[in-house]
Design a protein around this ligand. Structure first.
Ligand SMILES: [Fe+2]
Ligand SMILES: [Fe+2]
Length: 170
């Protein structure tokens, strides 16, 4: 997919709005994957998902891919600190993220769907049926795997580098 400069700057605007949103900044406090946090994680997923979507020939709904990537882990609780939530975190957090995203941002159904199915194959019955949903699911799996295999020490040391990397979408 080739984008015009206008299309690119529209996506960049959306990205920047979320990146600096007060509610989204709270995701920095939610740690995950050994020392990463949901803020850095989600914007990394967004960058990778858009990059991979642009490699496709098919015309895709890039806005939904972008917003769903940013909000896919918008569950806003620390599951390590809550036994009840910990037990079902992996299977339930997509639905909690959708609820929170609907409450805090005006998301369309296309975005809600991508968030709901992002935990495939863990949530085995929730196979992502659209290309957009599969792209976000893939990008999330790639980034999450990398994070799990990177030590906490390395992440702590490089947090400024990560923040610099996610500063812009393109
Ligand atoms: Fe997730
Ligand atoms: Fe994720």
């Amino acid at each position: 997919m080739n984008l015009t400069n206008e299309e690119k700057s529209k996506l960049e605007d959306i990205y920047q709005r979320f990146l600096n949103d007060e509610k989204i900044l709270k995701m920095k406090e939610i740690s995950m994957h050994r020392g990463s946090n949901t803020y850095i994680h989600s914007f990394k997923v967004a960058k990778l998902a858009i990059k991979r979507a642009l490699k496709r020939r098919k015309k895709l709904d890039l806005e939904s891919i972008l917003i769903a990537s940013i909000l896919h882990d918008y569950y806003l609780y620390d599951w390590r600190k809550n036994k009840k939530l910990k037990k079902h975190h992996a299977s339930r957090h997509p639905f909690i993220s959708v609820e929170n995203a609907k409450r805090d941002f005006d998301i369309p159904e296309s975005v809600a769907y991508i968030i709901k199915v992002h935990m495939w194959p863990y949530n085995f019955k929730m196979f992502p049926k659209s290309t957009e949903a599969r792209i976000v699911n893939n990008a999330d799996n790639i980034i999450a795997t990398k994070e799990v295999f990177t030590s906490k020490k390395h992440k702590d040391k490089n947090v400024d580098k990560y923040l610099d990397y996610i500063k812009t979408l393109f």
